[in-house]
Write a protein that binds this ligand. Structure first.
Ligand code: ATP
Ligand code: MG
Length: 555
């Protein structure tokens, strides 16, 4: 059994009764959509890069459509002109594609502004919406509280003709920002505050990334979203839990604007992860303040960051499946994401020898000037992945962590007087520790036993430790970037940026890594999984990101 299996998560994934699928099963059984195939959508607002929480929503929408033989759209929910940008549109498309999903239609909510406007005219004509002159502050004051009903606006009784004229004038730029709004006429005494005559349109003179200056009135999310869904023929509109209280308004808009076969909104709990943050606003601030290298900094929980860090789309999809969907908010241990990365990479990638904090080993009984090639396996779990040649000689480097001058208890690696196996090569015994004037170890003088070559038959005696090594003459220098979690628990329990979230080290690698291409992944034997950084790796410089260590910290 692999050491890092994750029985709880496996069980949860297997037993997963996806409640959303139960609802859809019922709708299909009742033929609620009259034979129409299931249609979902992923509707990001293009105001930042996507993060791992969005990956959960992406997986859910696309895999639900796939499960029912339906379709899933990518829709940019770009009804707020101020925060949106085409850079974000491009990154979102790239991220969804990278995760392995193909959208059926690609749409912009702003393309529906005309239909939304028409729907608003219909509401006004039917006496279901009115133009209000109250200011934002007054509207808030009139709204009431959870325990007290609201008060009706004095403009609520305006006739349809007057409302039509005022709304058309709002559109025609006759009023200042904030001077008038269009509100639904529902129920100021509703226990659900979202139904107390919510604002449907506001005036905002801002250039929109798609429609430019064509509009100076913009629809509010709660009004726009159901219409967007209805225009695209969405059957099941999956969103996060904070919209649960908005569902009555979602349904009201669809009914009042008279859409046939209206979509059904279903809410699920958003993903939260330990040791990181997932608010776009915070991530954006980090990028803008230079706390990280950019949206794709490998410490970021963005899909771009996770991709550059070396995670595979398969690992992310596996993670999203294992966490399942639920109706109650919770925080998932980031160790589960790491576990998924490890499980995915273990059978896929080849191993390479790399040492850090190197200690030089001189084998005093090795033929002077001699050298040879030994063979080591590419993946210890899969013989089919073959073997490769490694140069071996009388001068080698081992990991600093694999030598202790004064060994602690149960330390089975190299120390004076001890013999270990050099993986794939020979038994090597440490006889003498040489140091410089400052007391730092300069080399270990060792002897090897030529009778103990790996693969050469039964071993003459047992040794307790096996360590890896690189040949000193042919080793290549690489840069390694180790990443800690982005956030730590700071003083007073508030999350704080982890100052040690990036540690850079030099490594000495077997010669094969000199040819590593950007994006290539390896296991560094006994260390973990690494990727040649896409941005920083080139012909002359090899920079590796630690994807994840070998050992699971999952409890
Ligand atoms: P943020 O609060 O981070 O800015 P958002 O909800 O404003 O995120 P949107 O672009 O509006 O981001 O989200 C697109 C879709 O992704 C929505 O359906 C939203 O519910 C979903 N989503 C966003 N964050 C999460 C999360 N942490 N877990 C699951 N789904 C999420
Ligand atoms: Mg949002």
């Amino acid at each position: 059994m692999p050491e890092s299996t994750h029985p709880e998560a496996d069980a949860a994934a297997e037993a997963s009764t996806n409640f959303i699928h139960l609802i859809i099963d019922r709708d299909i059984a009742e033929d609620k959509y009259q034979g129409k195939p299931v249609q979902t959508r992923f509707p990001p607002e293009p105001n930042g890069y996507l993060h791992i929480g969005h990956a959960k929503a992406i997986c859910l929408n696309f895999s639900t459509a796939e499960k029912y033989g339906g379709a899933c759209n990518l829709r940019f929910d770009d009804t707020n002109p101020v925060k949106e940008d085409t850079e974000y549109v491009d990154s979102i498309e790239e991220d969804v594609r990278w995760l392995g999903f193909k959208w059926t239609g690609l749409y912009f909510a702003s393309d529906y502004f005309d239909t939304m406007y028409e729907c608003a005219l219909k509401l006004i004509r039917n006496g279901k919406a009115f133009v209000d002159d109250l200011s934002a502050d007054e509207i808030r004051a009139y709204r009431g509280t959870l325990t007290e009903p609201g008060r009706e606006s004095p403009h609520r009784t305006r006739g349809a003709e007057e409302n039509l004229r005022l709304f058309e004038e709002m559109r025609a730029s006759r009023y200042a920002d904030g001077e008038k709004v269009l509100r639904a006429k529902i129920d100021m005494a509703s226990p659900n505050i979202n139904l107390r005559d919510p604002v449907l349109y506001r005036i905002a003179r801002a250039e929109h990334h798609n429609t430019g200056n064509q509009w100076c009135i913009y629809p509010m999310y709660d009004y726009a979203h159901p219409i967007e869904d209805a225009i695209e023929g969405i059957t099941h509109s999956i969103c996060t839990l904070e919209f649960e209280d908005h569902r009555p308004l979602y349904d009201w808009v669809l009914e009042a604007t008279e859409w046939p076969l209206p979509p059904r909104q279903i809410e699920f709990a958003r993903l939260n992860l330990t040791d990181t943050v997932m608010s776009k606003r915070y991530l954006k601030a980090l990028v803008e303040n230079g706390g990280v290298e950019g949206w794709d900094d490998p410490r970021m929980p963005t899909i771009a960051g996770i991709r550059r860090r070396g995670y595979t789309p398969e690992a992310i999809r596996d993670f999203c499946e294992r966490i399942g969907v639920s109706k109650s908010n919770s925080t998932v241990d980031i160790a589960l994401l790491e576990h998924c990365a490890r499980e995915d990479l273990k059978p896929k990638v080849e191993s390479r020898n790399v040492v850090v904090d190197p200690v030089k080993v001189v084998i005093t009984n090795y033929p002077a000037g001699g050298g040879e090639e030994v063979r080591v396996e590419n993946n210890k779990d899969d013989p089919a992945m073959g073997t490769r040649a490694l140069p071996f000689s009388g001068e080698l480097y081992i990991d600093g962590a694999d030598f202790m001058e004064v060994p602690e208890k149960k330390y089975f690696r190299l120390f004076p007087g001890n013999e270990v196996r050099f993986k794939g090569a020979y038994f090597v015994k440490c006889n003498e520790v040489c140091k410089d004037e400052a007391g730092a170890v300069t080399e270990l003088r060792c002897t090897y036993d030529p009778e103990t070559k790996s693969g050469g038959g039964p071993e003459p005696r047992k040794v307790k430790g096996t360590i890896h090594w690189v040949d000193a003459k042919t080793a290549v220098k690489i840069q390694i970037r180790y990443y800690g979690h982005l956030m730590l628990e700071g003083e007073n329990g508030e999350p704080a940026l982890n100052p040690d979230s990036l540690i850079e080290k030099e490594g000495w690698a077997e010669p094969a890594l000199a040819g590593a291409k950007p994006g290539e992944r390896f296991q560094f034997f006994r260390h973990g999984y690494y990727i040649a950084d896409e941005t920083l790796t080139n012909e002359s410089s090899k920079v590796f990101n630690e994807i994840v260590g070998l050992k699971s910290s999952w409890k």
